[in-house]
Design a protein around this ligand. Structure first.
Ligand code: COA
Length: 338
């Protein structure tokens, strides 16, 4: 029955603006230097550093699960934000390495943190996942679907990496980063510029589906495969344009930027993007990849956390974030740092 003419549906009321209120990170205990990976791929520390900028990565132990790393990073983010877990209305977890398809990692994490039955769900956008989830959180707070959203980027890609594959074995690492997003009196998260280039869907992918694994007489774990040179070209050229669009949509000029936090895929990609965008000298650039490798959905929040912890970035700084990866999916936005 339609509502009578005197009544309309009630809708949620949000806030004008949202911001990142706090950041947290979890880096696995075990540091894996290049010397530990080179023999299996006939490589060298020098080659890896020169081609990728990576010196070390961290690989999680059995007890450092996707859930455990996420909970640790989330607790740190909540403490930084000064927000109690019971104030969190929604938990969004970006990951592609949670080994249970159901239930979501987010519902376990929300429960472990002690939220009061917060809405909880996972999203899969691979290395671009965190910036996608941040865009959702911003929209939720502004639309009134949630007041505080916990956003987690987490991956444990060491479980999906063929240690003998020259194209991927040295690149990926594990970790979790989290942010709390909540109401703001001033604009602090710019419009997201996002998309996916499905024509290049196959450039980074799991080598076989779970159905293929089950059909196998001698089943082996599915690994990640990557056409490295093609990904490199796409990221270096196309992603700089996307990053520039995020600046333009936020109305921020390159010389007004304090910090650039690109997905930590490869130091040469970061350098190529910075050159192509003509970022001024004063813009500090995240280079977490040297010590962390490419941690997929965790890479942007981990890099952000390190910059704040080491005093390379400060509260109130204006930062450009961009994440990109399998899909090929990408998302970028300008934020004010907590
Ligand atoms: N160690 C030593 N040599 C290697 C090697 C390795 N791990 N992998 C390849 N090589 C050799 C090749 O055999 C080739 O030798 P040749 O010139 O004698 O034929 C040479 O290095 C160049 O190979 P290529 O595959 O073209 O390397 P590259 O310059 O493209 O670098 C990557 C490889 C993986 C570092 C680079 O493609 C890359 O970083 N791609 C993007 C990856 C990325 O960011 N992925 C994540 C996106 S989310």
């Amino acid at each position: 029955m339609p509502l009578d003419g005197s009544r309309t549906l009630q809708v949620a009321e949000g806030t004008s603006y949202a911001r990142i209120l706090g950041v947290g990170a979890y880096r696995p205990r075990r540091i894996v230097p290049n010397s530990e990976v080179v023999d299996a791929i006939d490589s060298s520390d020098e080659w890896i550093q020169q081609r990728s900028g990576i010196r070390n990565r961290r690989w999680a132990a059995d007890d450092e699960t996707v859930e455990m790393m996420s909970v640790e990073a989330s607790r740190a983010a909540l403490a930084h934000a000064g927000i109690d877990a019971r104030q969190v209305d929604c938990v969004v977890v970006a990951t592609v390495s949670h080994m249970l398809n159901l239930p979501s990692a987010a519902s376990a994490i929300a429960h472990e943190l002690g939220t009061e039955q917060a809405a909880a769900f996972d999203i899969a956008a691979a290395c671009a996942g965190f910036c996608h989830a941040l865009a959702l959180a911003n929209d939720m707070v502004r639309a009134g679907s949630a007041r505080h959203v916990l956003v987690v980027g987490v991956d444990k890609l060491s479980t999906m990496t063929d240690r003998t594959d020259r194209g991927t074995a040295f690149i990926f690492g594990d970790g979790a980063g989290a942010v709390v997003v909540g109401p703001s009196e001033t604009p602090a998260i710019g419009p997201v510029v996002w998309g996916s280039d499905g024509e290049q869907y196959d450039l980074i992918r799991q080598d076989k589906s779970w159905t293929d694994v089950l059909a196998d007489d001698d089943p082996t774990y599915p690994f990640m495969t990557m056409q490295g040179s093609a990904v490199f070209r796409w990221a270096s050229f196309t992603m700089a344009k996307t990053a520039q669009q995020a600046l333009d949509r936020a109305g921020v000029k390159a010389d007004e930027l304090d910090v650039f936090i690109p997905h930590q895929a490869n130091m040469r990609i970061t350098n190529a993007m910075a050159r192509s965008m003509k970022l001024p000298e004063h813009v500090r650039i995240a280079r977490d990849i040297a010590e962390q490798g490419n941690t997929s959905a965790a890479s942007v929040p981990l890099a952000l956390e390190r910059m704040l912890a080491e005093g390379e970035a400060a509260s109130g700084d204006v930062a450009l974030m961009i994440a990109f990866g399998a899909g090929l999916a990408y998302a970028a936005q300008v934020v004010v740092l907590p």
